[in-house]
Design a protein around this ligand. Structure first.
Ligand SMILES: NC(=O)c1ccc[n+]([C@@H]2O[C@H](COP(=O)([O-])OP(=O)(O)OC[C@H]3O[C@@H](n4cnc5c(N)ncnc54)[C@H](OP(=O)(O)O)[C@@H]3O)[C@@H](O)[C@H]2O)c1
Length: 236
């Protein structure tokens, strides 16, 4: 049985990826920073007979991450798949006040907070959990965004954009260090998906949004060191 950890699993893409992977037979640890919200989502999947467990984890809290790693070791479990999904978009979205999201106006503290969750969180998880994959092989899937693509970098929302560009760099660095090991590391752009973050006008459903993520977690011979959308490599 494959063991998977999904961060930010109580709603949105994290909940959908957890559901689909559990339906494919994975044991899914659903990491949520708010236990009450997490319990609601996890219980509804357990009631459907799915093998999911709630983990309290704020990805900015090193102690939460270490507690999970210790728990796996105590259970004599290894980790097969790590999905770094938890993310924040802290800069304003509305067209009426986009100026506050300008690189000239945005509070650098907002940029730091965004990077702390979207980039340093995944880094800490990889440092803590990759050793539990090393012996038998594993997959790391970093949920990135087209907004982090250097190739067509636009203006506005610099914190979110830079956090995802840096996450992509993290993907390439870890993939390079793991190139002789049975560890695949990739970034995924899910596309524009109808979640709290994506909003109601987004083009894609949750099911469409997790297609590439679920495929990378389950396919034979996954690629490594790539940025993917719609199961195809895209430029950085
Ligand atoms: N939706 C899109 O169109 C889109 C496009 C490109 C990339 N993405 C990426 O896809 C991922 C999931 O996004 P989504 O659309 O599903 O967003 P969402 O609906 O806003 O969900 C975000 C999730 O991340 C969790 N989270 C935030 N900060 C956290 C922290 N410090 N520790 C643990 N969990 C934390 C949230 O928990 P709480 O409920 O406790 O806040 C929530 O579960 C993100 O990385 C996002 O950047 C989304």
């Amino acid at each position: 049985m494959k063991i998977t950890l999904v961060t930010g699993a109580n709603r949105g893409l994290g909940l959908e990826a957890s559901t689909q992977l559990a339906m494919k037979g994975h044991k899914v640890y659903m990491a949520c920073r708010d236990l009450e919200k997490g319990e609601f989502s996890v219980k509804s999947l357990q009631q459907k007979g799915l093998n999911v467990e709630l983990i309290k984890m704020d990805v900015t809290k090193t102690k939460d991450i270490r507690n999970f790693s210790s728990r796996l070791k105590e259970n004599n479990e290894q980790l097969d798949v790590l999905i770094n999904n938890a993310g924040v978009f802290l800069e304003s979205l509305g067209p009426e006040d986009q100026t506050t999201a300008s690189i000239l106006k945005v509070d650098p503290v907002i940029i730091l907070k965004t990077i702390e969750t979207n980039t340093i969180g995944p880094l800490k998880l990889i440092q803590s959990l990759l050793p539990l994959m090393m012996d038998h092989g594993g997959r790391i899937i970093n949920i990135s965004s087209g907004m982090g693509k250097l190739d067509d970098m636009g203006g506005l929302w610099p914190g979110y954009r830079m956090s995802k560009t840096a996450l992509n760099a993290l993907t390439k660095i870890v993939a390079s260090e793991m190139k002789d090991k049975k560890i695949s590391v990739n970034s995924v752009c899910p596309g524009w998906v109808r979640t709290d973050m994506g909003g109601k006008n987004a083009h894609l459903s949750l099911a469409q949004g997790v297609e590439t993520i679920v495929w990378l977690a389950t396919c034979d011979n996954p690629p490594s060191g790539k940025f993917l959308r719609d199961k195809k490599e895209i430029s950085w």
